[in-house]
Design a protein around this ligand. Structure first.
Ligand code: CU
Length: 108
C-alpha cells in the first residue's frame, strides 16, 4: 500500500494543473496547424503590435477565430495573419474542431 501513495499524489497533481494548459507560453509569432488537429505551440506570447501567422500543415481545413471575432478559414498549405495591438490574453479556436483545437495568445 505504501507504494501507491506517491503514484496517487502524482496523478492528483497532474489533474490539478490541467496538463498542457499550464505550460509556459512560447515567445513566437508563428503557429503551426500541425498533424493532426493541433495548434503548435498552443500558448504563445508576443509584444503588442506584432502579427501572428497560423500556417496549416495538416491534411484538413481549419479555422482561426479569436475571441468570437471573424472566423478565418485556412485551407491545407495556406496561412492567416492577425495583428494584436492591445495587450491582453486572447483565446482562439478552430471552429471546425472546437473540442480538439484551441490556443492562447498573450499580448504583452
Ligand atoms: Cu480544425
Amino acid at each position: 500500500m505504501r507504494r501507491l501513495a506517491p503514484l496517487a499524489a502524482l496523478v492528483a497533481a497532474a489533474a490539478g494543473c490541467g496538463g498542457a494548459e499550464d505550460a509556459a507560453p512560447v515567445e513566437t509569432t508563428e503557429v503551426l496547424m500541425a498533424k493532426s488537429y493541433v495548434f503548435e505551440p498552443e500558448h504563445i506570447a508576443i509584444a503588442a503590435g506584432e502579427t501572428v501567422t497560423w500556417t496549416n500543415d495538416d491534411n484538413f481545413t481549419h479555422t482561426v477565430q479569436v475571441d468570437g471575432r471573424d472566423d478565418h478559414r485556412v485551407d491545407q498549405g495556406e496561412s492567416v495573419s492577425i495583428t494584436f495591438d492591445e495587450p491582453g490574453t486572447y483565446h482562439y479556436v478552430c471552429t471546425l474542431h472546437r473540442a480538439d483545437m484551441d490556443g492562447e495568445v498573450i499580448v504583452r
